[in-house]
Design a protein. Structure first.
Length: 455
């Protein structure tokens, strides 16, 4: 008789892997950390970034630590619970068949449940050759690069003996009239007219020319037409040249070529400028293609994953896609409506994906996503902004100008992560408001052009 009994295998908890620690990923981790699951969070950086204020880093109004924070520090309470592992790595492939991820160092990371919040990158509408001369703004590295280009442009202008050549360096073109483009254009004018005057001997920084080029017929197209027109007037009052209905046809080291739909008889027109910034297009993370290949996911024109009502990939209830990578719809009382790619939507998707995951573990049905739209904000410059809010029992409220700017300011401070960041940003803004100074103008080296660019 055999007295030895085989020990039953130790029960294992479900392995949940999250890709990306943006707004959606962060919300999902926080909700799941108190559940009986093992969580692995993978992000290619070591920090969470408050993207709505990234342009302020690029324009030297705040420093990078004020709008970002180490992931391990932000999630320190969750990590103390013992079921969260944070990995700094880049996911290069999702294999839905084998239920594993391939990391950039070659490791395979298995999962039972997966939440993909990989975000988005720049889209140049088939003209990727424009990227080296017209950088976009999505990461801290992008912000540092743009800041170096902006500050470096004035320094290069100071070196020019020829007035016409110097003016090329003082000309700035921002492509894209969405919130990022509008905010960058307004900040550039403020730098030239209020921060840098009297700091150069050969040039007058106030001669800087800022041109905002937008392909549609108005800036801030997601806003009410009245607010779009208000934004345009405020930009022009600041000194920005706003050109709507203009489609960019070429970008090089010396300027931008565009076609004006209102004046087709003029053919392609040209703006000579040595600094061009891109804020026109957004493309989903390349990980969407992995899901298309191995999970049979459908992608929309922007490369986003078309998800079910509960944010899962069709046929794969163990995979949820949230944030900018998801082509999601809000399922409310009326017909489903597309969800905008904004931070409040990503947060809400992160929370619902986590709750649905836990519901499935309990054997309960998942629920559909319903987006609560609290409104949209965009700042235009010093003391200028537009606000569009949905107020319960009142409806949509819209206004612009100084009080809209104050509302924008306090709303963004409120949503910043960490008391220290809120305090620092408030102090930086107050100092900048009263002195016009931008203390974060220090750059390591000029990043104005690639080394092989013509001088």
């Amino acid at each position: 008789m055999n007295n030895h009994t085989s020990a039953s295998p130790a029960p294992t908890r479900p392995r949940v892997v999250l890709i990306g620690c943006g707004f959606g990923g962060l919300e999902a981790v926080r909700l799941l950390s108190s559940a009986p699951v093992d969580i692995t969070l993978v992000d290619r950086t070591n920090h969470h970034l408050f993207q709505p204020l990234l342009y302020q880093v690029a324009t030297a109004n705040v420093s990078a630590p004020a709008v970002s924070g180490p992931i391990r520090h932000i999630l320190r309470r969750e990590m103390r619970r013992g079921n969260l592992t944070v990995l700094q790595a880049e996911v290069t492939r999702i294999d839905a068949t084998r239920r594993e991820l391939l990391l950039d160092q070659g490791q395979a990371l298995p999962y039972d449940h997966l939440i993909v919040a990989a975000g988005a990158t720049h889209s140049y509408f088939g003209h990727d050759e424009w990227q080296p001369v017209a950088p976009g703004l999505k990461t801290l590295a992008d912000a540092f690069n743009i800041r170096a280009r902006i500050i470096g442009a004035f320094e290069r202008a100071e070196l020019c003996a020829d007035t016409a050549q110097a003016q090329q360096w003082l000309n700035f073109v921002v492509i894209g009239g969405g919130p990022t483009g509008v905010e960058l254009a307004g900040a550039l004018v403020e730098i030239a007219r209020h921060t840098l005057p009297d700091e150069f001997r050969r040039i007058d920084s106030r001669r800087a020319r800022v041109v905002l080029v937008e392909g549609s017929d108005r800036v801030l197209g997601a806003f009410h037409p009245r607010l779009s027109e208000s934004a345009r007037r405020q930009l022009e009052k600041l000194g920005v040249e706003v050109r709507t209905g203009c489609r960019v046809t070429g970008i090089d080291h010396h300027g931008v070529t565009y076609h004006d739909a209102a004046h087709p008889e003029q053919g392609d027109q040209r703006i000579e400028a040595r600094t061009v910034l891109w804020g026109a297009g957004v493309a989903a993370s390349p990980l969407g293609r992995s899901l298309a290949e191995t999970a049979g996911a459908t992608l929309d024109r922007a490369g986003r994953v078309v998800v079910e009502a509960d944010l899962t990939v069709p046929g794969h209830p163990e995979i949820s896609v949230i944030g900018d990578l998801a082509a999601a719809k809000s399922h409310g009382k009326s017909d489903p409506k597309p969800v905008p790619g904004v931070s409040p939507a990503a947060k809400q998707m992160g929370r619902l994906a986590a709750r649905n995951l836990l519901r499935r573990l309990r054997g309960e049905p998942a629920v559909a996503f319903r987006y609560l739209d609290y409104g949209s904000l965009a700042t235009i410059g010093r003391k200028s902004a537009v606000v569009q809010l949905e107020v319960p029992a009142i409806g949509e409220v819209k206004w612009g100008g100084y009080f809209a700017w104050l509302f924008w300011l306090f709303a963004h401070v409120y949503f910043l992560i960490g008391f220290r960041n809120r305090l620092i940003v408030l102090f930086d803004w107050a100092w900048s408001y009263w002195t016009f100074e931008r203390h974060a103008r220090v750059v390591a080296e000029s990043a104005q052009e690639p080394k092989d660019a013509p001088a």
